[in-house]
Design a protein around this ligand. Structure first.
Ligand code: CDP
Length: 203
């Protein structure tokens, strides 16, 4: 039986942590769809054509640690406005979503475009200042030298591009449950998400 959890929301809101925790708690496979766009963006930074890069993507071999830089994030959000790139990545995301045993996918358009039929849809958000603070700490941990002001500017620029694009803009699905993590510890946000999913599994 397939069971899909769609998790959307802006940068550094806590989607990744919640997705991984849900996948582990309910024994589901997890796909961080942002990594797909980051991988295409990274290829474009070294001169590749975006569509060619999207077509030659091997999701199972993506190395997350090399894709976490602010430059790659920005490049990802630029290729993410391209219809042909999104269409190319749609097929593999949909097939991942319906794998037997169930799956958690996190991104920007999972509940609206990739899996409108998902059994659970969450939209995880937080204020831009809180998100920038979290992303700054994450980047520092992996050794990136950057100022908090720059991280906030990057987050705001990416939010604007992701919400303002014509195709698959970032927007909560009508039936998504919104979790605002601004004032929540990550354990509290995870606990809230687990309760929501548990209820849906019992239906
Ligand atoms: O980790 P973070 O939330 O900062 O970003 P990400 O999830 O890795 O996504 C990087 C960029 O890819 C986003 O800013 C979006 O432009 C794009 N993206 C998208 O358009 N659709 C998705 N389903 C996932 C990511």
């Amino acid at each position: 039986m397939s069971f899909t959890i769609a998790i959307d929301g802006p940068a550094a809101a806590g989607k990744g942590t919640i997705s991984k925790a849900l996948a582990s708690h309910f024994s589901l496979a997890h796909l961080d769809t942002g990594l797909l766009y980051r991988a295409v963006g990274a290829q474009v930074l070294v001169g590749a054509n975006p569509l060619v890069a999207a077509k030659s993507l091997h999701p199972e071999t993506l190395e997350a640690s090399t894709l976490r830089s602010p430059e790659v994030a920005l490049a990802a959000s630029k290729v993410a406005v391209l219809a042909d790139v999104r269409n190319e990545l749609l097929v593999l995301q949909r097939s991942f979503a319906r794998r037997p045993g169930g799956a958690v996918l996190d991104g920007r358009d999972i509940g609206t475009v990739i899996c409108p039929e998902a059994e659970v849809k969450l939209f995880v958000t937080a204020s831009a200042v809180v998100r920038a603070g979290r992303r700054y700490e994450e980047l520092r941990r992996i050794g990136t030298v950057i100022s908090t002001e720059q991280v906030l500017a990057d987050v705001l620029a990416r939010d604007a591009r992701d919400t303002g694009r014509a195709i698959a803009p970032m927007v909560p699905a009508e039936d998504a449950v919104v979790i605002d993590t601004s004032d929540l510890a990550i354990e509290e946000a995870v606990a809230e998400a687990i309760v929501i999913v548990q209820k849906a599994r019992e239906l």
